[in-house]
Design a protein around this ligand. Structure first.
Ligand SMILES: [Zn+2]
Length: 491
C-alpha cells in the first residue's frame, strides 16, 4: 500500500496589506518528491510524524508535495494557482496511491479563494473520489470550514499551544489511515462551529480555560468507537466567514454518535465562553509590574506577533524601554534590512546613528532613533534541536546586526522577518539571555517553549498592531454575526 503525503501550509493575516507571494513559499518550503522526506522526516512536525507513523505501520510513504510560507498576508491569486498547478503535476508524477495524508494549516486565505484549504482539499476529493481515504492534520489555529470537513475522512488538530505535539498528531493520522486501509475502521467525522472567537491571550493550552476543554475532550477519547477529537481554537486575524473556533469528533462508522459527541463538546465550551475573552495589560502596566520583579522577564509583544503574520519591526516596547531606562539591560529584535546594511558598513566597534524598526507600516510604532554601538555582525543562521512551536529545525533570518544604546537596550536587527521560536536566535549571536533584565519576544504563546526556560516571569502586553489581542481594534466585514465576544446577545 502506498500513501501519498501533501502539505500546504500558511497562516494568512487578512489585516496585513502585503500579500504572501510565491517567493515567500520558495524562501521557506517548496518541495516535491523525496526532497519532502529529506526536509521533514526528522522534524518535530506533522509531516515528520506521517513518515514515522507510516513506517511503523509498514506502509510505503510517497512524499508528493510540500509548500509552506511564514504567516503573513493573504496568498496572492497567482501564487495560489501556481502552487496548485505544482501540486497537480507532483501528484501525476507520484503514480498510483491508495490514500493520502494531508497537512493543511487550516487558516490559509487566498485572494481568489477565501477558504483556501477547503478549496484545495475539495479538489483532491474530486480527483480521487469518495471511497479514497484522505486524512489530515490541522494547526490548532485553523479556521475550520464545512468544506474542509466534507473533503476529508478525518481531521486531527494539534492539542498544544505552543505547538509541541505536531509530530505526534502526524503519527496519529498515519495510524488512522493504516487502520482504514486495512479495513479495521471507517472514520466518520462531524464538526461543530461555535460562534466564538477565542482571544489569543487565552490560548495557552496547558492552563485554564483551555486546559478545562482539552481535559474534557481527552476523557472522551477513552470511549469505545471514538477514534479522534479536536478542539480547534481558531485564528482571529482573518476576516473570513469561517473565522472562529470549532470542534471535531471522528467515530468508527457512526455519524449520529460523532454528531452527538461534537455537540457535547460545543456545549461544554460554549457554557464557558466568558472565560475565553481576553484580559489585557497595557505597556505602562506591564513595565510597572516588571519593575517590581527579578529578571529575566519576557515581555510578549502581542500586537506585533511575528508568528501571527505581523511585521516584526514594531517599536512600541522598544520606545517604552528607552523611557524606562532603569529596566536595562533589555533586548528587542527588529526586522530592519536597511539598518543591517548601514550597521555592516559602519563595522563592529563603531558608533552609528540609526532609525530602527517601525518602517513596514504605521500600526506598530514609529522608528526608534538613537546612537548605537555596533556590538556584532552575524550570518543569521541557526538550528534548533528541541521540539519548538512550528517544528522548524533550521532558521535563516539573513544578515544580522546586534547594536546597543547607551542606556543598555540591545537591539538585534534582522534582514528577514523572524519568529522568536528558538533561544538559539540569541545564543548564536553571542547573546546570553540570562544577562538581560527584560527580553521582548514578538508573540503570545508560540515563544513560550523557547523563553520560559530562560525567564523568571512572562508578561503578555497589549500592544497595538495587526495582531492586536484586543480584537475591538480590528474592523471585520466578513465574519459571522452574532459572534462572541463581539456580540453578547444570542437567541
Ligand atoms: Zn498555530
Amino acid at each position: 500500500m502506498r500513501v501519498g503525503i501533501i502539505a500546504f501550509m500558511q497562516e494568512s493575516n487578512t489585516f496585513i496589506a502585503g500579500p504572501t507571494t510565491f517567493a515567500h513559499f520558495e524562501q521557506d518550503t517548496l518541495l516535491e518528491g523525496d526532497a519532502v522526506r529529506s526536509r521533514f522526516a526528522d522534524a518535530h512536525h506533522e509531516v515528520g510524524g506521517f513518515f514515522a507513523g507510516l513506517a511503523e505501520e509498514h506502509l510505503d510513504a510517497v512524499p508528493i508535495f510540500a509548500a509552506r510560507a511564514y504567516p503573513y498576508g493573504i496568498v496572492a491569486a497567482d501564487a495560489f494557482d501556481a502552487l496548485l498547478a505544482r501540486m497537480d503535476a507532483a501528484i501525476e508524477r507520484a503514480g498510483p496511491i491508495d490514500g493520502l495524508l494531508v497537512a493543511p494549516h487550516g487558516a490559509t486565505v487566498g485572494a481568489n479563494h477565501a477558504d483556501a484549504d477547503g478549496h484545495w482539499l475539495s479538489r483532491l476529493r474530486q480527483r480521487f473520489g469518495r471511497s479514497f481515504p484522505i486524512i489530515g492534520t490541522l494547526d490548532l489555529h485553523a479556521n475550520v470550514s464545512p468544506q474542509m470537513v466534507a473533503a476529508c475522512d478525518a481531521l486531527i488538530a494539534y492539542r498544544t499551544n505552543p505547538h509541541l505535539d505536531q509530530r505526534q498528531r502526524g503519527i496519529d493520522a498515519a495510524r488512522l489511515i493504516a487502520r482504514t486501509l486495512r479495513g479495521e475502521v471507517k472514520p466518520t467525522m462531524a464538526a461543530a462551529f461555535p460562534p466564538l472567537a477565542v482571544n489569543i491571550e487565552r490560548q495557552l493550552s496547558a492552563e485554564p480555560p483551555c486546559k478545562t476543554i482539552y481535559d474534557y475532550a481527552d476523557a472522551m477519547l477513552a470511549e469505545p468507537g471514538v477514534l479522534s477529537n479536536s478542539i480547534v481554537l481558531g485564528f482571529p486575524y482573518a476576516d473570513v466567514a469561517e473565522m472562529g473556533s470549532s470542534a471535531i469528533v471522528v467515530t468508527d462508522n457512526d455519524f449520529a454518535r460523532a454528531e452527538a459527541r461534537v455537540t457535547d463538546l460545543q456545549k461544554f465550551w460554549w457554557e464557558r465562553r466568558e472565560e475565553f475573552a481576553g484580559q489585557f495589560i497595557s505597556i505602562d502596566q506591564a513595565l510597572a509590574q516588571a519593575s517590581k520583579l527579578d529578571g529575566p522577564i519576557t515581555l510578549l509583544d502581542m500586537g506585533d506577533n511575528a508568528g501571527g503574520g505581523s511585521p516584526a519591526d514594531g517599536t512600541e516596547l522598544a520606545h517604552a524601554l528607552v523611557r524606562h531606562g532603569q529596566l536595562s539591560p533589555a533586548f528587542v529584535c527588529l526586522y530592519d534590512p536597511d539598518a543591517v546594511k548601514l550597521t555592516a558598513a559602519a563595522g563592529v566597534g563603531t558608533r552609528v546613528r540609526l532609525k530602527v524598526g517601525g518602517k513596514t507600516d504605521d500600526q506598530h510604532g514609529a522608528p526608534l532613533e538613537s546612537d548605537f554601538l555596533v556590538k556584532g555582525l552575524f550570518e543569521g543562521k541557526f538550528s534548533e534541536s528541541q521540539p519548538r512551536h512550528g517544528g522548524f529545525l533550521n532558521f535563516d533570518q539573513g544578515p544580522t546586526a546586534v547594536v546597543e544604546t547607551r542606556s543598555g537596550l540591545t537591539i538585534m536587527l534582522t534582514t528577514r522577518r523572524m519568529v522568536p521560536f528558538s533561544i538559539k536566535q540569541l545564543t548564536s549571536c553571542n547573546l546570553d539571555p540570562a544577562h538581560f533584565r527584560i527580553l521582548v519576544a514578538k508573540g503570545v504563546h508560540a515563544p513560550v517553549a523557547a523563553y520560559a526556560p530562560v525567564s523568571k516571569h512572562l508578561i503578555r502586553v497589549d500592544t497595538p498592531g495587526v495582531t492586536s489581542a484586543d480584537l475591538s481594534r480590528l474592523t471585520y466585514h466578513h465574519r459571522r454575526q452574532p459572534m462572541f465576544p463581539f456580540e453578547r446577545q444570542f437567541v
